[in-house]
Design a protein around this ligand. Structure first.
Ligand code: ATP
Length: 363
């Protein structure tokens, strides 16, 4: 089922008398393809959950429309939309067993949709098998780990055979190891079922690792959508470039003059197609090459060996943050040197307008 969002807006009234209203989601347009796993990604408070809850039907939009396929579902109540929702805190019934928790949504099916006891049992077992907790059907949530409880919550969402599966930060309550394991599980389950899945997270690494498509947003506003690698390689603005990547992109104040990109007084790259102007320069950590005649000189503050790679930590007057360059461990950087010199790779270097922070293309 593909999901289409047209000009979707949600304005909350202020929480107190003096405050102003909050545009949690602002004129959002998006098309989510059928059968894909899509992450809504952005910093805390950017409106991801509000957007998800509108798709779910738990919040009603101030303006705009939501379509599932060709059907306008904007005014259809949540229980009739055919969605499954998984929350961060699992929201299981503590006094019910795993079996009863999973079967619970099926008990509410009415009329033609009503299921026999045997059918409910069969569907609950199938969902439990899918998330690999079929051996724990008689346990209560309190007797299970966080990861197992989240699997029960996923099974409970899947048992209804939803057209769209919605997940609100489902991994946030898990420790680091379980997070990794469970996100792989979610990926596997999504592939096996082919259910269009919308997953909310503020963790870019998590989103990059499991999604077919990421949607980056900030302050309720859409910034960019696409395959994770495409968005990483081709960010539309400084915010998106900064939000994706660990370690983060390195930012410098720079200047384009006479077809050259300057950082401080050093001409670090030839850039064609850009007029003379001040710019923001973003260089990915993997965009540096150490060279004795490198064009960018930085003050060396540390060298961290990370096995296959080295992290060169340094400073430059044109940047107010520490610079991290990730280079191959085959390079020899003397930690006692005062300076380190780099050449920068053009395809890992981005220019942004000083005012709008939109990307400026160059060749
Ligand atoms: P987080 O990652 O912290 O959960 P989020 O990106 O999911 O954040 P939302 O929870 O959607 O963000 O909130 C978006 C904005 O809307 C925030 O400024 C929040 O304070 C505000 N907001 C959310 N719900 C309400 C509400 N019921 N009343 C007023 N403001 C609200």
């Amino acid at each position: 089922m593909n999901v289409k969002i047209e000009k979707l807006t949600k304005v909350f009234p202020s929480r107190d008398k003096k405050g102003s209203e909050v545009r949690a989601v602002d004129n959002f347009n998006l098309e989510i393809p059928d059968g894909k796993l899509v992450c809504l990604l952005g910093p805390s408070g950017c409106g991801k959950s509000t957007l998800l809850y509108m798709i779910c039907g738990l919040e009603s939009p101030t303006e705009g429309k939501i379509f599932f396929g060709d059907t306008d579902v904007t005014d259809i109540p949540s229980e009739k939309r055919g969605v499954g929702l998984v929350f961060q805190n699992y929201a299981l019934y503590p006094h019910l067993t795993v079996r009863q928790n999973i079967k619970f949504p099926l008990e509410n099916f009415k009329g033609d949709a009503k299921l026999s006891k045997e059918e409910m049992e069969k569907r609950a077992l199938e969902a439990a098998k899918l998330v690999q907790i079929d051996g724990l059907m008689d346990r209560k949530p309190g007797q299970m780990s966080g990861g197992q409880q989240q699997r029960v919550a996923i099974a409970r969402a899947l048992v209804k055979m939803p057209k769209v599966l919605l997940m609100d930060e489902p991994l946030s309550n898990l420790d680091a190891r379980l997070r990794l394991q469970t996100r792989e599980e979610i990926r596997r389950i999504q592939r096996e079922t082919g259910i269009t899945t919308i997953f909310v997270t503020h963790d870019q690494e998590e989103a990059m690792s499991i999604s077919d498509m990421i949607v980056v947003m900030k302050d309720g506003v859409f910034h960019q959508a696409g395959k994770p690698q495409d968005v990483y390689d081709d960010p539309v603005n400084k915010f998106v470039a900064n939000f994706l990547g660990t370690p983060a992109i390195n930012n410098f104040e720079g200047r384009v003059k006479d077809g050259g990109l300057y950082i401080g007084d050093e001409r670090v790259l030839d850039v064609k197609g850009v007029g003379d102007k001040d710019v923001w320069v973003g260089i990915r950590p993997e965009g540096f090459e150490v060279s004795s005649d490198g064009k960018l000189t930085c003050e060396l503050t540390g060298v961290d060996v990370m096995g296959r790679d080295i992290s060169v930590v340094c400073k430059n007057k044109a940047s107010d943050a520490v610079i991290r360059a990730i280079i191959s461990a085959e390079n020899d950087v003397d930690p006692k040197s005062t300076n380190v010199r780099f050449n920068v790779k053009p395809h890992k270097t981005y220019l942004f307008d000083k005012n709008t922070e939109e990307r400026i293309s160059f060749t």
